[in-house]
Design a protein around this ligand. Structure first.
Ligand code: SF4
Length: 264
């Protein structure tokens, strides 16, 4: 089976503290030397399988890493597409000016449009949240630089009654992805399938939806220790430093059809 996007969660560090976050905040981060080895292995995998692939830089918050520019440059020089998933807090004009021409897509996670909602979710840093105006501004920077814009929204009891229509129609992302909050069932903020349905029926913009079930075993993830996993994030001891990516993928039981649905 051929996988064309690898999610590189290379840093645990994040300025936010979302209640649904699945990253173990153990303060691990791959060094630039380690990242080069990882990218080389992904590059070999894409080349051997004749894939025009992508590396999705994620975290934690990738823009907090002092290596973010170096790693974008390195991936770009390998002729591999680069995308980034960010909480948007540190995204600014200077970053877009420096690296925008090397980035294929930027995804911003937007779970609430209100200060109160973001505070409840934990999307805040020193009591500052990402305002709707800031998201609209950085979205315009991204699109103005010719970079594809993606918005990721994770649905929970806290935000499932919010109306995203005006906002989403204003920024017009290339992709609007809505996830069902994925965490342990005892979490009181988890949304039911019925609550998700009500939210989705209200949306008047093209979206892609992933339930927590769809997400099971359908991602290829390399974490901040270099372990390769699927959605059982951090529960893997298959180190990319011990295996080729092909070998690691062969060991994992990834649901290839679900994977394909995501990227085609
Ligand atoms: S912004 Fe992302 S990485 Fe940071 S705490 Fe929230 S979900 Fe986790």
């Amino acid at each position: 089976m051929i996988y064309s996007c690898v999610n590189l969660h290379f840093t645990d560090f994040c300025n936010f503290n979302c209640s649904h976050c699945f990253v173990k905040k153990e303060n691990n981060e791959l060094s630039f030397e380690q990242l080069k080895i990882v990218v080389d292995k992904i590059s070999n995998y894409y080349r051997e399988n004749n894939i025009d692939g992508r590396i999705n830089l994620a975290g934690g918050e990738p823009l907090l890493s002092r290596n973010i520019g170096n790693i974008i440059d390195y991936i770009y020089r390998k002729n591999i597409k680069v995308s980034i998933i960010t909480n948007g807090y540190y995204l600014d004009e200077s970053f877009i000016k420096s690296y925008g021409d090397k980035i294929d897509m930027i995804g911003i996670s937007v779970d609430s449009l209100s200060f109160e909602g973001n505070m409840k979710i934990g999307r805040s840093y020193k009591a500052n949240t990402l305002t709707r105006e800031k998201i609209i501004y950085i979205s315009s920077l991204i699109k103005g630089a010719g970079i594809r814009l993606k918005i990721n929204t994770c649905l929970s009891k806290i935000n499932c009654n919010e109306d995203f229509n005006l906002f989403i129609n204003e920024i017009k992302p290339d992709r609007f992805k809505i996830f069902q909050m994925c965490c342990d069932e005892t979490n009181s903020n988890s949304v039911s399938n019925e609550e998700v349905d009500v939210f989705l029926k209200r949306i008047n913009y093209k979206y892609v939806y992933e339930s927590s079930k769809d997400m099971e075993k359908s991602y290829v993830i390399i974490d901040s220790l270099g372990n390769v996993s699927t959605n059982n994030f951090h529960n893997s001891n298959i180190s990319i430093f011990d295996y080729s990516l092909q070998e690691a993928i062969d060991i994992l039981e990834i649901n290839y059809m679900d994977y394909l649905k995501r990227y085609i």
